[in-house]
Design a protein. Sequence first.
Length: 94
Amino acid sequence: MPLFIDPHALSATLKCVSPSSLLFCSALANAGYRSSCSHVSPLALKTDAPMGVIWDIMRCWVGFVYLLFLKYLRMHIFSQAHFFYILVHGKSTG
């Protein structure tokens, strides 16, 4: 396996949280590529995947994290709106 990558360094470039090594290796395996741990760094992975595939996986990861953030934000705003409704009206909507 000729190439080693550091998902944490890639995540720093994209300004997002890093996927776990298990998740990243799973994505590479599902794409049909091999991966293993590297002796270069405890966070690095060796893989035979081209950099285009690695960046595609990272783009999908960023989209997934963004969707999770939107879901959290929506739930948080709804719970605050519900709290203020109860505070003002003295009863629950549901």
